[in-house]
Design a protein around this ligand. Structure first.
Ligand SMILES: [Zn+2]
Length: 325
């Protein structure tokens, strides 16, 4: 019998086991920075499945290893979820983990605990069929992804020194294979005006007007100033926040700030995106800043990164894409 057929047969055999594991993960409320309980459950599941080694790193990521070979693979799924939202919008209890009509229900079943339950079963099957001779496989239940996508893997690569040759990310893609994604970054532009009495605005310089002009230029930039790519499409930028300040509500505003959500396509970088905004605010008393993220994980470790998540795209002919297809 071919290996593919054996894997399929075992996947079928472990269908309920996989569903039960997923249900247990879904029942545990696990917002970003609060993943301790779900991490402990995942450790238990990986140990039960027969992984060679299972541990939690200082940040709180769960890592299960199988094999010790030269080629290093990773399969990743984040174990945090977004919050439950409005309870009245749910037909079923969001944390029920209910298994019904061939589906597991609840927050996080798709994004991304389903991927996690699947790689636990994959580990079990790999051990059972003895497919772990030539590889080192890391299955990673990562944390804080919903709050700062990329931070967990920055830790994995830079602190844990795990540098896989190939990574499979189990983000939901309607069971299609995705081989790239637009990048993202968060940028602030600060505007410094000059306050004067509200009865004599001509004596001051209104920061709100400065920021408003820049905001409209950014709208134009999005319409026709950004790069396009055949595979990933256009880069984009939008404002998600406008903040202003003034010594008094009877005075000219002396400070304003806009928050830009920038999506990056192939050929767009942090430097090029910052330069675009700097070009727009040229001549104004303004400062452009890429934001920094830094918080305490559930283990108590504080860790951070710049909020710049580069574009990535791999060729259709890559071995991992073809193997998956
Ligand atoms: Zn996700």
């Amino acid at each position: 019998m071919s290996i593919a057929k054996q894997i399929l047969d075992l996947s079928e055999k472990y269908r309920d086991y996989t569903a039960e594991n997923l249900s247990k993960l879904v029942k545990i409320y696990s917002l970003s920075m609060q993943e301790g309980d779900v991490a402990a459950e995942l450790v238990r599941q990986m140990e039960e499945a027969g992984f060679d080694e299972v541990w939690t790193d200082p940040l709180g990521n769960v890592i299960g290893r199988i094999g010790n070979g030269k080629k290093v693979l990773a399969i990743d799924g984040h174990i945090d979820t977004v919050d439950l939202g409005n309870r009245e919008d749910w037909d079923l209890e969001p944390l029920s983990g209910l298994i019904k009509d061939g589906y597991v229900h609840g927050r996080g079943t798709v994004d991304q605990k389903g991927g996690v339950a699947a790689f636990v079963t994959a580990g079990r099957i790999i051990k059972e069929l003895g497919l772990d001779n030539d590889i080192t496989l890391y299955c990673t239940g990562t944390i804080m992804e919903e709050d700062c996508d990329g931070l967990c893997w920055k830790y994995m690569v830079e602190e844990n020194k795990i540098k896989p040759d190939y990574v499979i990310i189990t983000e939901p893609t309607n069971t299609n294979i995705y081989r790239g994604h637009r990048g993202r970054m968060e940028i602030h532009a600060h505007f410094y005006g000059l306050s004067s009495h509200g009865s004599a605005p001509e004596r001051g310089k209104n920061a709100i007007y400065m920021a408003a002009r820049a905001a409209l230029d950014i709208e134009k930039l999005n319409e026709d100033g950004l790069k396009d790519d055949d595979f990933l499409g256009k880069g984009s930028i939008t404002l998600s926040e406008f903040v202003s300040n003034s010594p008094s509500l009877c005075a000219v505003s002396d400070y304003a700030r806009i928050h830009c959500d920038r999506r990056l396509t192939v050929g767009e970088t942090k430097e090029s995106s910052v330069k675009e905004i700097e070009e727009i605010v040229k001549g104004m008393k303004a400062k452009v800043e890429v934001l920094h993220y830094e918080v305490e994980s559930y283990t108590g470790l504080t860790y951070g990164m710049e909020k710049y998540y580069p574009t990535w795209a791999i060729s259709e002919s890559e071995e991992i894409v073809q193997t998956g297809a």
